[in-house]
Design a protein around this ligand. Structure first.
Ligand SMILES: NC(=O)c1ccc[n+]([C@@H]2O[C@H](COP(=O)([O-])OP(=O)(O)OC[C@H]3O[C@@H](n4cnc5c(N)ncnc54)[C@H](OP(=O)(O)O)[C@@H]3O)[C@@H](O)[C@H]2O)c1
Length: 255
C-alpha cells in the first residue's frame, strides 16, 4: 500500500458540492476518508456510491456549530479508523445580503459555521494532533475573504476571519509539527453559489476544484488558491489602495 493509502483524511462538509467531489477523488487517490456533515443520508449514499472503496470510508455525521459533538466525533473516528493525518474543514454556508435586507441573524449564522465552526473543529483536533506532533489541517475559506465584497458582507467577513485565524496560528503550530493551510476557491458551481443571480467569472466544476486540492495536498505551501488567474486578480484587488479599490469595485458591480 502506498503512503497515501495509509493516510486518513477527516473531511468535514463532505455531503455536497466541493466536499462530495473531494471525497470521491481522495478515495480514488488511495486515502482513507472519514466523512462528516449534518446530513447522514447523503454521507451514506456517498460512501456506497464510491465503488470498491467502502472499507476505506467511514461516516461520522456532525454539526460544526456543536463543540461537544465534534469532540465526540474525533474520538469515534480515531477509535474506528485510527489517527487522523489530515483534516479538511470544508463545511460552509453562504447567503448574499443586499443592504436593503440587512440581517443580524444571517451574520451570526455564517460566523457560527464559517468561522466558529473552524474554531470548534480545531478545538477537537488539536488535543489529539499536538501530542503526536504531526498532522495537516486545511481550512476552506474563499477568495471572498481577501477584501470586503459588495452584497456579501456576512460571508466575506466570516471567510476573512477564517484566513486570519489560520495565519495567526500557523507559526506556533508549525513549531509543534502541525501544518495549517487555507484553501481559497474562486467560483465553483455548487448548491452554495446557485443562490447568486449574477454571472460568476471563471466558474469551475466541483470536480475541477477537488482535483486542484488533491494535487496540492502533499505539498507544504500555506495557500491553495484556484482558479489561478482569478485568484491572482483577487490578490491584485487586495493590494490596491482604497482610493483605487472602491471606484473599481463600483464599476464592476451593480451596487
Ligand atoms: N462554491 C464556491 O464557489 C465556493 C467558493 C469559495 C469557497 N467555498 C467554500 O467551500 C466550502 C464548500 O462549499 P460548496 O460550494 O461545496 O457548498 P455546498 O455544496 O453547500 O457544501 C457545503 C457543505 O458544508 C456542510 N455544512 C454546512 N453547514 C454545516 C454545519 N453546520 N455542520 C457541518 N457541515 C455543514 C454541508 O453539509 P450539510 O448540509 O449536510 O451539513 C455541505 O456538505 C464552503 O466552506 C464554502 O464557503 C465555496
Amino acid at each position: 500500500m502506498s503512503g497515501r493509502g495509509c493516510r486518513l483524511v477527516w473531511l468535514i462538509g463532505a455531503s455536497s458540492g466541493i466536499g462530495a467531489a473531494l471525497a470521491g477523488q481522495l478515495l480514488s487517490a488511495g486515502y482513507r476518508v472519514a466523512l462528516s456533515a449534518r446530513r447522514a443520508e447523503r454521507l451514506n449514499a456517498l460512501r456506497v456510491g464510491v465503488n470498491g472503496t467502502v472499507e476505506n470510508c467511514g461516516v461520522f455525521p456532525v454539526d460544526v456549530t456543536d463543540e461537544a459533538a465534534l469532540n465526540t466525533c474525533v474520538k469515534a473516528i480515531e477509535a474506528e479508523m485510527g489517527a487522523i493525518d489530515i483534516a479538511i474543514i470544508n463545511a460552509g454556508d453562504y447567503q448574499p445580503m443586499p443592504l436593503t435586507e440587512f440581517d443580524v441573524d444571517l451574520f451570526r449564522r455564517l460566523m457560527e459555521v464559517n468561522y466558529l465552526g473552524v474554531v470548534n473543529c480545531l478545538g477537537a483536533l488539536l488535543p489529539v494532533m499536538l501530542p503526536r506532533g504531526a498532522g495537516q489541517i486545511l481550512v476552506t475559506a474563499s477568495v471572498a475573504g481577501y477584501r470586503g465584497l459588495p452584497l456579501a458582507a456576512p460571508y466575506s467577513a466570516s471567510k476573512a476571519a477564517a484566513i486570519n485565524l489560520a495565519e495567526a496560528l500557523q507559526p506556533e503550530l508549525r513549531k509543534q509539527g502541525i501544518q495549517i493551510r487555507v484553501i481559497n476557491p474562486g467560483f465553483v458551481d455548487t448548491p452554495l453559489t446557485r443562490k447568486n443571480d449574477f454571472r460568476m467569472p471563471f466558474l469551475i466544476t466541483p470536480e475541477s476544484a477537488a482535483s486542484r486540492i488533491v494535487a496540492q495536498l502533499e505539498r507544504d505551501h500555506f495557500e491553495i488558491a484556484f482558479p489561478r488567474r482569478f485568484a491572482w486578480l483577487m490578490k491584485l484587488l487586495r493590494c490596491l489602495p482604497y482610493r483605487l479599490y472602491f471606484p473599481l469595485v463600483n464599476r464592476m458591480t451593480s451596487v
